[in-house]
Design a binder for this molecule. Structure first.
Ligand code: NAP
Length: 283
């Protein structure tokens, strides 16, 4: 299993946007033992900056204008709403000449729009993301823009390694696919847990016991995949499935007429359509 890097190997990062998504990165970095001095955050309001400073041992600025000129982050990570990007990118231009790398998880804005907002020479990587960064188990599907070289890609890896797994992709539209299968996956996972618990409750198990059992079982299942990264998933699953046993009876229902595969394909398709809608140019 990959060893988490020590704090010494993480470059400095300015996290622009510490909301639902951004704050999971801060939680993950701190959980991984990263030196808080390497992390600074930016939010839009002074009230929120104060709240975050009370919660985390990091510097937090209210607005990009409040970031002192002496702050020269190796990586500027963007986790603001898509609607704020015009002003955020314009305000981030100051970091381009000092060779900061831009790492963006803003789903609704493509690389070309980032590069045009930041100006020539801006090294940008776009990434899918998910909230499991909270427990340092996030995953990021990355694609680099035209000015992102090996040095810059390495910086992105170094910033993300303490909070999850990075997978560099071959095409920008694969970032949307990565979002579809990993960015939104926690919600699917919880929906599956709810479905299992509801089925058990309907069959007579008290709700509290059903919920506790399902949460523990799926958390354990996730951990099992995590600790066996090299075992192909079908092989792993078949190893758990005794011919004629209970697991096989359940799997036969899940896979009948390829219904699970068809359902997952529909889910991915719906997300890709949603992403395409968000990318339509403004009128
Ligand atoms: N939530 C997810 O699961 C998820 C997953 C993958 C990617 N994303 C992407 O992550 C981005 C953020 O999503 P979110 O759910 O974290 O949104 P959010 O909870 O609304 O957080 C947005 C953050 O951006 C800050 N902000 C807004 N305008 C700003 C500005 N002009 N300058 C500096 N900071 C500004 C906000 O400041 P305040 O705190 O002061 O309001 C807040 O901290 C989105 O683009 C989304 O596509 C989200």
């Amino acid at each position: 299993m990959a060893k988490k890097p020590s704090s010494a190997s993480m470059p400095s990062v300015l996290l622009v946007g510490c909301g639902k998504q951004g704050s999971t990165y801060v939680d993950g970095w701190l959980k991984s033992g990263i030196d808080p001095k390497l992390i600074a955050g930016v939010v839009s309001s002074a009230k929120r900056a104060k709240e975050l400073k009370a919660r985390y041992p990091i510097e937090v600025y209210a607005g990009l204008d409040a970031v002192p000129a002496a702050v020269k982050p190796a990586v500027v990570m963007l986790a603001t709403p898509g609607t704020a990007m015009d002003s955020v990118l314009a305000q981030c231009r100051r970091f381009v000449p000092q060779k900061s790398v831009f790492l963006t998880v803003v789903a609704a804005v493509n690389l070309a729009a980032h590069e045009s907002g930041l100006g020539d020479g801006a090294a940008v990587a776009r990434a899918s993301s998910n909230v499991a960064s909270l427990v340092a188990r996030g995953c990021f599907g990355l694609f680099g823009g035209r000015w992102l070289g090996e040095r810059e890609a390495r910086l992105c890896d170094q910033v993300l390694a303490p909070i999850g797994t990075t997978v560099w992709l071959d095409r920008e539209d694969h970032v949307d696919l990565a979002t579809a299968i990993s960015g939104c996956s926690l919600a699917y996972f919880i929906a599956m847990a709810e479905g299992l618990a509801d089925a058990a409750i309907a069959a007579g198990l008290p709700a509290e016991k059903a919920t506790r059992l399902v949460r523990a079982a799926l958390a354990g299942a996730g951990e099992c995949i995590h600790v066996r990264p090299d075992e192909p998933m079908p092989q792993f699953r078949l190893r758990l499935t005794n011919p004629g046993g209970s697991t096989e009876a359940g799997m036969n229902v899940l896979t009948r007429d390829s219904r699970l595969a068809r359902l997952m394909a529909e889910v991915v398709d719906a997300i890709l359509k949603r992403q395409a809608d968000r990318w339509k140019p403004k009128k």
